[in-house]
Design a binder for this molecule. Structure first.
Ligand SMILES: Nc1ncnc2c1ncn2[C@@H]1O[C@H](COP(=O)(O)OP(=O)(O)OP(=O)(O)O)[C@@H](O)[C@H]1O
Length: 458
């Protein structure tokens, strides 16, 4: 997987060790020990992920320098995902960094596997949302469905009720979670997102509940779990439908008792988080006890919010197109152009099987590739008509892939691209469109799979 990673750390040994580890996996890894050189480095290109040491000057532990650098990074037009690092098991500082836009934190010394997992997740989230939190923090749409959705968010947000957000891939579930948090009494706290589908079972407890130094081989320092880091704020449990049953049992115990026990600790710690969860599983699967525990569902879905697919609120398409075309025109410094009248009709009638995310990718493509005075349909690279009109199924990723895979195989198309597309389609079908499982089986990261879905128009 290729990506551009920057390590900002005053300790050259630490930076070099991380660089050697990460270079093998991601390719381009830069280190910077002097924060004064950051602006010049950013002017040459913004990294995908920055590992940011919060304490530059030895002995200083208030993190002010790191937080100031975080502000500089977040102010970039296309900000990198930031993973905050601290040598101290300093939860308040890590939480402050999360509040100010870091996506994750790790404590030094880190285990190699943990560092790689953190970078992988940062890349996957960046690719999946293309900055769900940046670039378009606002939930756009004036259709009746969106107005009702916003009204529901407004009435639910101030309560402490746990909320479960349901909807197909790319409909905006994470944006809904962010809107709930922003309008809640916990808004001054952090909203910490965890991809439950991507958490390895072996590190599940440590990631969520934390651990004490020495409680297992890799536990070189105390580590706060996500529940502790989100204290006073909200915890967004994304892809909840992809959790193995054993992990579901552990999560249930924590929620029932309202406390968690870090691995190696002798006392439980009370939790103070509001849980917002999300899944793209359709409700039939979610209510199947072999997939998801009913008692856990009952804890999570005090309020259920369903986000309708874009094809059920086509009125929103022109607004979203205008927003994302403008955004990418600014980002790529291209002239402002209109969508040709006939093209707009086609785009509104298109089924957008990847929902708003697909529309956003299509806009980016049109801005980069469009040559005419106006945008034409071709600029948006829509999948073929046959795919676009396939009846919608519960999981939008699967439908076009299934429709297309046998066709390319039987038509004898054996180009590498066609084979890759068919393999992805078949794997997605096998796992009901579950991105995490499909990526694992294909041996690539979720970020890479999302890229390939975009490339093949799946
Ligand atoms: N109503 C909306 N207005 C503006 N942008 C939106 C809207 N809904 C979704 N998006 C954009 O579409 C992309 C996908 O949104 P988001 O990550 O919230 O979807 P999701 O349902 O959580 O997806 P997944 O199930 O794949 O995790 C993001 O870039 C987001 O900014």
């Amino acid at each position: 997987m290729s990506a551009y990673i920057l390590i900002l750390d005053d300790d050259a040994d630490v930076a070099t060790a991380a660089q050697m580890l990460l270079r093998r996996r991601y390719g381009q890894v830069a280190t910077l020990c002097d924060p004064a050189s950051l602006p010049a480095l950013l002017a040459r290109g913004v990294p995908d992920v920055v590992l940011l040491d919060l304490n530059f000057t030895p002995g200083r532990i208030n993190g002010a320098e790191g937080l100031a650098l975080l502000d500089v990074l977040r102010a970039q037009a296309n900000p990198p995902a930031v993973i905050a690092m601290t040598a101290y098991a300093d939860v308040p500082l890590a939480v402050e960094a999360l509040k100010r836009g870091a996506g994750d934190f790790i404590t030094k010394p880190w285990g190699n596997a943990r560092l790689i997992a953190a970078v992988d997740q940062a890349l996957a989230r960046r690719e999946a949302g293309r900055g769900a939190s940046a670039g378009s923090p606002e939930l756009m749409g004036e259709s009746r469905a969106m107005r009702e959705l916003k009204a529901l968010i407004a009435s639910v947000a101030p309560t402490e009720a746990n909320v479960m957000v349901l909807g197909e891939n790319g409909v905006g579930k994470e944006l809904v979670a962010r809107a709930i948090h922003a309008a809640s009494r916990r808004a001054s706290g952090t909203l910490l997102a965890v991809d439950m589908g991507a958490l390895p079972e072996s590190t599940f407890e440590s990631e969520l509940f934390g651990h004490r130094k020495g409680s297992f081989t890799d536990a070189k320092a105390d580590r706060a779990g996500r529940f502790q880091a989100a204290r006073g704020g909200s915890l967004f449990l994304d892809e909840i439908g992809n959790m193995p049953l054993a992990a579901q049992a552990k999560l249930l115990t924590a929620l029932e008792r309202r406390e968690v026990t870090p691995i190696g600790a002798d006392k439980p710690e009370a939790i103070d988080v509001r849980i917002i969860s999300a899944t793209n599983l359709d409700e039939a699967r979610l209510f199947d006890p072999s997939v998801f525990r009913a008692d856990l569902l009952f804890r999570l879905n005090t309020i259920v919010i369903r986000v309708p697919p874009l094809r059920e609120r086509r009125e929103d398409v022109p607004l979203l197109l205008a927003h994302y075309l403008k955004m990418y025109e600014t980002q790529y410094q291209r002239p402002a152009r209109n969508v040709a009248a006939g093209a707009l009709d086609t785009l509104v009638l298109h089924d957008w099987l990847g929902n708003v995310r697909a529309l956003r990718h299509a806009c980016e493509r049109a801005v980069i590739l469009g040559q005419g005075a106006e945008y034409s349909v071709a600029d948006f690279g829509l999948p073929s008509l046959a795919q676009a009109t396939t009846p919608a199924a519960a999981d939008i990723v699967v439908v076009p892939a299934l429709a297309d895979a046998p066709a390319s195989a039987s038509s004898g198309d054996t180009t590498l691209d066609a084979i890759e597309r068919a393999a992805i389609a078949a794997t997605l079908a096998q796992f009901n469109g579950n991105i995490s499982h499909a990526a694992k089986t294909l041996g690539i990261s979720r970020a890479a799979l999302y890229r390939k879905l975009g490339k093949h128009g799946i």
